[in-house]
Design a protein around this ligand. Structure first.
Ligand code: NAD
Length: 472
């Protein structure tokens, strides 16, 4: 794996101090806090969360419940004491912002922006006072309503304004390793906010920033939404699981209780077997583009009683500018990245080898979606995945099945190791967090979308890119 020299220099207090004392114009990224421990019942235990905004009605109550049940210590910067009920129930009354000492820092900021006036003044007032209070590697979540639900033009403008606001705030906070994300909650989906809040307000979402995440009512709700060992008793199939993001994902899914079926090419026999042994998983040697691949994977899924999670992670690049690209290179990229994904998913669904309330996650790509020189095949295939999931999400929603894509930005794997060093350095720096991500950052996002708690999220694309400059 590539070593990020600036990140190592930045994390050593002596070299960091020296660079700063000499006034060298070298941007030193903040080492991000990450968490590999199993999901906890109360992941925000002892964390101070400064909460502001409208906090009215069902949205306010659901937010308060989600934060308090996750163990947060709420500090209130709003006249509405929405925590009255749930906070007292945990024996911990809220503090107000005024009671916070001048030098005290908070771990997270949550702002209910569902009711803003034309001047967006409440947004400014809260963040102008609260942002300096956020500790390094802290997390910000702004909550709004989708623009299609706006009752008038002012509400529609305010809703869309949040997108630009959060993306800009994320860029300002990124230097300190902090994230800022927008959650757009549909009316009636408030009870589904808890899962996304736990992901975005903790280290699980360390490399997710400047992103909008829609939480809706489309997929039907499972009877049980456990936050500890959320995948206990579940079977997960991960393609391309021998190394990189796939192996990290298999580890994360197994850690939360899933039995993992690790699919990779027969040539990677030893590597897949090694990861499978480590996790108590099942190696499945299968080229996903083979003519009988869909049939074989359906048989594997059925042999394990059906699957609850499918992660289509296997992917390849075959870069060449279009003029120099052979039909063979085109076909290879499109068939692994898109054709096989659709064939296998359709076959699993048709054979009823996918359980109700299953989670399907596809691996797209920020550079694919944004477009990149020499990647017409890769870009077409990674964008094609998004069309497919948008089509499929409403069709499977009544069974409680969700389907989403993750679009990684620059992640330190052998795929990015192969880039020329200058381009690699530039790709790391051109993001709000000023560094590349780790396979486990992508794995944590895939894990989140694989859990029952992500039921509100379907038909969407979540970027795990550290707030990369490229892409929408
Ligand atoms: P990787 O090359 O390290 O791993 C990909 C795995 O897929 C390999 O183990 C490979 O053997 C397997 N695979 C490829 N073709 C296969 C086939 N026909 N059948 C079965 N298995 C096959 O890649 P990675 O960096 O871990 O990327 C994983 C996914 O994330 C890919 O879909 C990639 O496009 C996407 N992605 C990665 C990055 C990044 O920065 N690393 C960025 C954006 C998107």
């Amino acid at each position: 794996m590539a070593s990020d020299l600036l990140l190592s220099l930045a994390s050593d207090p002596r070299s960091r101090g020296l660079i700063q004392r000499l006034g060298l114009p070298i941007p030193l990224p903040q080492r991000l806090d990450r968490d590999d421990a199993p999901y906890a019942a109360r992941p925000l235990e002892g964390r101070r969360v400064l909460v502001g905004g409208a906090l009215e009605g069902e949205l306010g109550r659901a937010l308060a419940r989600a934060l308090v049940e996750a163990g947060a210590e709420p500090i209130l910067a709003s006249p509405t004491d929405v925590f009255d009920g749930p906070a007292e129930a945990w024996g911990r009354p809220t503090r107000s912002l005024d009671a916070l000492g001048d030098t005290e820092r908070v771990d997270a900021l949550v702002f209910d922006a569902s009711s803003l006036d034309l001047g967006l003044g409440a947004l400014y007032e809260f963040f102008h006072a609260a942002a300096p209070r956020l500790r390094p590697c802290g997390h910000v979540v702004v909550i709004g309503r989708p623009v299609e639900e706006a009752r008038d033009g002012v509400a529609a403008a305010a809703s869309q304004a949040l997108d630009g606001f959060v993306r800009s705030l994320a860029k300002e906070l990124g230097r300190r390793g902090s994230t800022a994300n927008l959650v757009l909650c549909e009316a009636g989906a408030e009870a589904r906010l808890a899962g996304p809040a736990r992901f975005l307000l903790t280290e699980r979402g360390a490399f997710v920033t400047a992103q909008p995440l829609r939480v809706g009512r489309l997929a039907s709700m499972p009877t049980d939404v456990p936050f500890e060992r959320p995948l206990d008793g579940k079977v997960a199939m991960v393609t391309g699981a021998a190394r990189g993001i796939g192996a990290a994902t298999a580890r994360a899914l197994a850690r939360e209780g899933a039995k993992v079926l690790l699919v990779d090419r027969p040539a990677d026999d030893e590597l897949v077997a090694e990861v499978a042994r480590e996790l108590g998983g099942v190696p499945v040697l299968q080229d996903i583009t083979a003519p009988d691949a869909a049939e074989a994977l359906v048989a594997t899924a059925k042999a394990h009683g059906g699957v609850d999670v499918v992660v289509h992670n296997a992917g390849i690049t075959r870069d060449k500018t279009l003029a120099k690209m052979s039909r063979e290179l085109w076909d290879q990229a499109v068939s692994v990245n898109l054709g096989a994904v659709i064939r296998v998913t359709d076959a699993l669904l048709a054979a009823q080898a996918v359980h109700e309330h299953a989670r399907v996650v596809l691996l797209s790509s920020v550079s694919g979606l944004a477009g990149n020189v020499g990647q017409t095949n890769y870009g077409a295939s990674k964008a094609g995945l998004v069309g497919y999931l948008r089509y499929l999400a409403p069709l499977v929603a009544s069974k409680g099945i969700t389907i989403n894509a993750i679009a990684p930005g620059f992640i330190e794997t052998r795929l990015t190791d192969a880039m020329p060093v200058t381009i690699r350095e530039a790709a790391r720096r051109l993001s709000a967090l000023g560094q590349g991500g780790q396979p486990r950052d992508v794995a944590e996002a895939i894990l989140f979308l694989s859990t029952p708690g992500s039921v509100g999220v379907t038909g969407g694309v979540l970027r795990v890119c550290g707030g990369a400059l490229v892409g929408a």
